[in-house]
Every structure is written in C-alpha cells, then in structure tokens.
Design a protein around this ligand. Structure first.
Ligand code: 13P
Ligand code: SF4
Length: 322
C-alpha cells in the first residue's frame, strides 16, 4: 500500500503534509511535517495540490492561506478543543465582555473552527499557535487592552503565568479584572496529564526532565522543566539526546521521539492518543488517492468566501507578528 501511495502522490504531483501527532504509517510518508505554525507557513507557498493529514482546523487554515490549490484531507476529523468553541457560546461571551465595557483584543488559538477565526478577525483580533502564543499575547497586552483568549483556558493561564499577568475564566469571580480572560475550553488529551504523574517520575528518577505541551494544566506546567509546542519539544529532545525525560503530550509523537532519545517516558499511566488525529489511517489515505486517480475526489476543503476573508485577517495578522 505504501508503494502505491508514493506512486499516486508522484503521478498527481500532490504534496503530503502531516502533523507530528499522526500515526507513524502516515507521518513516515509525508513530504512536509511540523507543528501547527510551521505547517500553516510551509503549505501556504505550495503551488500544487495538497493532502493534509491532521485535524480539520489545520486543513481549513491551509486552504484559507492558499485558496488557489486543492486541499484534501483523508478524514475530516475535528479536534475536541476546537469543537468546544461553539459559535453561539463565543458570541455570548463577546456580548458579556462588551456589556462590561471591557476593551479587549480577541485571540483565538489556531485550534478553532474557521467560523470562530472569522468572528475574531472581524473584531480586529488574531490567531496564535502554541509556538507563538507568548509573543502574540504580549503584543496584545502592550496595546493596553485585555485579551479574550479562546478556546484553551490552560494555554491562556499558562501564558499569563509566564508573562506575570493575571488570568481568569470568563464568568469566574472577578473575571473582569483579569488581564487575560479565558474561554472555558481545553484539550481532552492534554488534560490527562496530572501533577501526580510528575511526582511519580520525579520520585523514581530524581534527575528526570519533565517536558510538556502548554495545553497541559497550569499545575502540571508549573512543575515542568520545559514547556513547548510540538516542534519546540522535538528540538529540545534533539538537543538532549541522552537525557532521561517524561513527556506530556500526544502518544504517537512521544513514542516517535524515542527514535532520537530512547530514554523517554510518556508522562502518564495511560496511552494518551488523540482520537481525532488517529482517525487518519494509511487505508484512508490510500482510498482518497485512488478516488483522486479515478477523478472522483472527495473531502476537498471548501470555505465560504466571506468567512474565509475574515478568518484570513486573523491568520495574516498572526503571521505578520510571528
Ligand atoms: P502544535 O502547534 O504544538 O503542533 O500543537 C497542535 C495541537 O493540536 C496540540 O494538541
Ligand atoms: Fe485537538 Fe487535543 Fe487532539 Fe491537539 S491533542 S488536535 S488540541 S484534541
């Protein structure tokens, strides 16, 4: 199947992009890999068709940034955190902010639907990813405004802790006074990493390094030696190829990092796989390529023009700043 996939990609001049959380069977075939920001940047300059293996918001961002190429996804798999930012609830939150006379810049984590990015773009806000969130949020705070950060309350409060400012979830006591006001969303996978897991590894291996993604809870992040996006974690592992580490992020990625450093544990007592990322399999990729070859493509990403225009404003503003 791998061989046939390679042949069809070549025959149709298709670029295959994959996020680090993809299964190895997909990841090892990809022409382009990276974290969310890198993939958005790398795919934006393509001039040939693209198959994006990741979750829906990644394929949508690629299409909005590069509308002239066809973008396909073997599976339209939706990130659980992106699903938490429902249009109605986001609009209600924005209404509440306005009713409280709060002067704010909305910042949506790229893990959100195109509709949410469009709402944010229309309000003069912007997107961020885990690799540039500190930079984007500190830029917004320097405009003397508060930040409405969505959907990830963990990423929002971790950035607040890093920058030494305050954060609250909208609706919590005194939320109006916080510098960063967070939407009440999180990642169903990264919430699985607990302070108890950090304690367990530190007790057992006193010199172990704890490495986590900033979607983990603030309690876990405060105990970590290194916090970073997937690419930043990859670079950290490359720089420390012999160090004992427990890593708190998605399982497929952490398991693959053992190719670089065999002394790596997953920071969990379970196998924290992302069900949405795992929806894309080699068979799904193969089926899509066969359909393209038979001139019956499916799962081509299409975005309404007005929504795309406003979402592009939010994405472009982030790219200008990062
Ligand atoms: P990165 O931008 O760090 O790759 O994160 C994407 C993601 O969905 C993490 O859960
Ligand atoms: Fe979404 Fe979490 Fe999966 Fe990342 S790991 S794609 S945030 S559900």
């Amino acid at each position: 199947m791998q061989q046939k996939i390679k042949e069809l990609l070549k025959k149709h001049n298709i670029t295959l992009a994959a996020h680090y959380y993809q299964k190895d069977e997909i990841f090892d075939l990809a022409h382009l890999t990276g974290d969310s920001l890198e993939l958005a940047k790398k795919t934006s300059s393509l001039t040939n068709p693209l198959i994006f293996c990741g979750v829906s918001f990644m394929g949508e961002s690629a299409k909005i940034l590069n509308p002239n190429i066809p973008v396909y996804m073997p599976k339209l798999a939706s990130c659980s955190m992106a699903r938490m930012a429902k249009e109605q609830k986001v609009k209600e939150n924005i209404k509440l902010l306005k009713e409280n006379d709060i002067d704010f810049i909305p910042i949506t984590y790229i893990n959100s639907s195109v509709t949410i990015k469009a709402i944010v773009g229309e309000l003069g806000g912007l997107t961020c990813t885990s690799s540039n969130a500190k930079k984007i949020v500190s830029w917004a705070l320097k405009q003397n405004k508060k930040v409405f950060f969505l959907p990830d309350k963990n990423l929002g409060s971790n950035i607040a802790n890093f920058l030494g400012v305050t954060s609250k979830i909208i609706g919590e006591e005194n939320w109006q006074k916080a510098d960063i006001i967070c939407y009440d969303g999180l990642c169903s996978v990264h919430q699985l990493f607990m302070p108890e897991h950090v304690e367990f590894f530190k007790e057992k291996y006193p010199n172990i390094k704890i490495v986590v993604h900033p979607e983990c809870s603030p309690e876990v992040c405060k105990m970590a030696d290194f916090i970073g996006s997937t690419s930043q974690i990859l670079n950290y592992v490359k720089e420390h190829p012999n160090e004992l580490m427990a890593i708190g992020t998605e399982f497929n990625f952490v398991n693959r990092l053992k190719r670089i450093n065999p002394n790596i544990f997953i920071l969990s007592s379970t196998k924290p796989e992302c069900p949405s990322m795992n929806e894309t399999t080699l068979k799904e990729l193969y089926n899509l390529l066969i359909a393209i070859d038979q001139n019956k493509p499916y799962n081509e990403i299409e975005v309404d023009k007005t929504i795309a225009k406003n979402a592009l404003k939010a994405l472009n503003k982030m790219l200008e700043l990062s």
